[in-house]
Design a protein around this ligand. Structure first.
Ligand SMILES: Nc1ncnc2c1ncn2[C@@H]1O[C@H](COP(=O)(O)OP(=O)(O)OP(=O)(O)O)[C@@H](O)[C@H]1O
Ligand SMILES: [Mg+2]
Length: 504
């Protein structure tokens, strides 16, 4: 045995000592690094056909935000399927999910890689991945020893999951992230602000109170609404969405409450409104601050008496609807300005939930960047999308007035730009791939903040031209002739230039 009983016992003791689960997991993989002499280690949670990193060591920080879908990662799929310790051959053709993500080792083509699946009662609950740069690095450990480690780690992970369930009192089925048609409701982030938000969501989800969700544009208010609904007793019933800003006053009442045939010109059929659609479920009123005053009065009535009246109908009917409302406006201010009814405001904001802006979430920026890199990588069929150190710093220094949505778009655009020069699909995102408004950058003692890491004039000029062409193409709906006109170029010249720059 190359592992001593003492070192194994140390793992077990370590796992009891952490203050938080996060802390315990971090200890576990640090110990593993010492024990196995690995270069990169990760503890992953398995749920809903994907692996989510819980703790990492020797890997780029943004890996914590990446979600590795089995379908997109054959190596992880092999681990999930194995039922026992997996030793990948050094020259394995299966792409490594961490390729490019082990700092100072950009190439993982030949290396040692172990996968240790973690089970609780026959169910796969997670995995440990262990990577080493030397192909023979783990040869002297026996399968038996590795199995012992798996068992210890599985026990620790399972305990943590059980504790979490007890604390949250959520049945196991609820603990898995709901993945609906509109994408998952997982809220990526480990910052204090997000932890707090998750707690509030849990408390309020079970309460059946109306909730007012506030926060700047793009912070994730809709995601919060979905999380509240799926954590509530109404989860099996519909969550109906209505955007109050996109609601012309003339049709608003009928949208909300429905109408009967002949109620007004054009009302040739009965039509049910959003309230009826949401019966026994949840109605999400987005941008509630834009709701016209006349409708505010009608909405208040429903909240007070629980019945609605279709337009043109003298009878009313009862509905059982929970209302979640969201706004990026200062509703209190609107109340003072006489634009929003104070009685409605008070009804809605029994339990206000505030979603913090991205710039107050610290390292979450990096996690979310990783999350969107991996998401876009899969969507766009790329081999690898890696953030350079410079890019990561830049993202951390930016103020993100458009919050997570802006970050998502920034990553996507950077990938499109970076891809232009790399048809093989292995991308390293550099600062120059991001076009972030200078005014929003926190000044750090970096020498050239407007031109970070410009290698030479030629690449900088190429990048700039590429960027302009892509933007113009975008603006002209992909039409080359219109793009050429806008850029005041001959079409043939534009085609040639685009080809040289790899835009085509
Ligand atoms: N914590 C998070 N983890 C992962 N994705 C997130 C997170 N928060 C927000 N997103 C994503 O960011 C985008 C914007 O979120 P969302 O639409 O919920 O914002 P919003 O607050 O409703 O914005 P607006 O005020 O403009 O309507 C969505 O694609 C959402 O899935
Ligand atoms: Mg929204």
């Amino acid at each position: 045995m190359s592992l001593s009983i003492t070192s194994l016992a140390n793992i077990a003791i370590d796992l009891q000592n952490g203050i938080t689960h996060q802390d315990r997991f971090a200890r576990l993989i640090r110990t593993l690094r010492q024990l196995l002499g690995s270069d990169a280690t990760a503890l992953l949670r398995y749920e809903a056909r994907q692996f989510r990193p819980l703790a990492i060591d020797g890997l780029a920080e943004d890996v914590l935000g990446r979600r590795f879908a089995l379908d997109a990662h054959p190596r992880l799929e092999a681990i999930a399927r194995a039922g026992d310790v997996v030793r990948f051959p050094a020259e394995s053709e299966l792409p490594d999910p961490y390729d490019g993500l082990i700092p100072h080792h950009s190439d993982l083509k030949v290396h040692a890689c172990l996968g240790l699946p973690l089970f609780a009662d026959q169910n796969l609950i997670g995995a440990l991945t262990v990577d080493g740069m030397d192909p023979a690095q783990f040869d002297h450990f026996s399968d038996e020893e590795l199995r012992l480690i798996s068992v210890l780690a599985a026990g620790a992970l399972n305990n943590a999951l059980l504790m979490e369930q007890l604390e949250n009192q959520t049945p196991a089925a609820n603990a898995a992230p709901a993945t609906g048609k509109t994408g998952g409701t997982e809220m990526v982030g480990l910052s204090a602000g997000i932890e707090q938000l998750k707690k509030e969501i849990e408390i309020v989800a079970g309460s059946d109170l109306n909730v007012l969700i506030t926060g700047e544009t793009g912070v994730g208010k809709e995601l919060v609404a979905r999380a509240i609904h799926s954590g509530s007793a109404r989860a099996a019933n519909p969550l109906v969405y209505l955007n109050c800003a996109a609601l012309p006053e003339s049709v608003a009442e009928s949208e909300l409450f429905g109408h009967v045939k002949g109620a007004f010109t054009g009302a040739i059929h009965h039509r049910i409104g959003k309230f009826e659609m949401a019966d026994n479920g949840t109605l999400f009123l987005d941008e509630i601050g834009e709701l016209p005053l006349t409708l505010q009065a009608k909405l208040l009535r429903v909240l007070q008496y629980g019945d609605i009246q279709r337009v043109g109908d003298d009878n009313s009917q009862r509905v059982n609807v929970r209302v979640l409302a969201a706004t990026n406006r200062d509703l209190k201010q609107q109340v003072l300005a006489g634009q929003f009814r104070s009685d409605l405001f008070h009804r809605l904001s029994v339990f206000p939930v505030h979603v913090p802006p991205l710039r107050e979430r610290g390292d979450d920026i990096t996690l979310l960047a990783g999350f969107f890199c991996e998401q876009s990588r899969v969507k766009m069929g790329l081999k690898q999308v890696v953030l350079s150190d410079g890019a990561r710093d830049l993202l951390r220094r930016y103020d993100w007035p458009g919050n997570i949505r802006e970050l998502e778009h920034a990553i996507y655009r950077a990938i499109v730009l970076a891809r232009a020069g790399h048809p093989e699909g292995e991308l390293l995102l550099q600062p120059q791939h991001f076009q972030l408004a200078d005014a929003e950058l926190k000044s750090l003692p970096t020498a050239a903040k407007t031109h970070p890491l410009v290698d030479n004039l030629r690449t900088a000029t190429d990048d700039f031209q590429r960027q302009i062409i892509i933007q113009a193409l975008d603006a002209n709906g992909g039409n080359w002739a219109a793009t050429a006109r806008q850029l005041q170029l001959d079409v043939a010249n534009l085609h040639r230039l685009a080809k040289r720059l790899g835009v085509k």
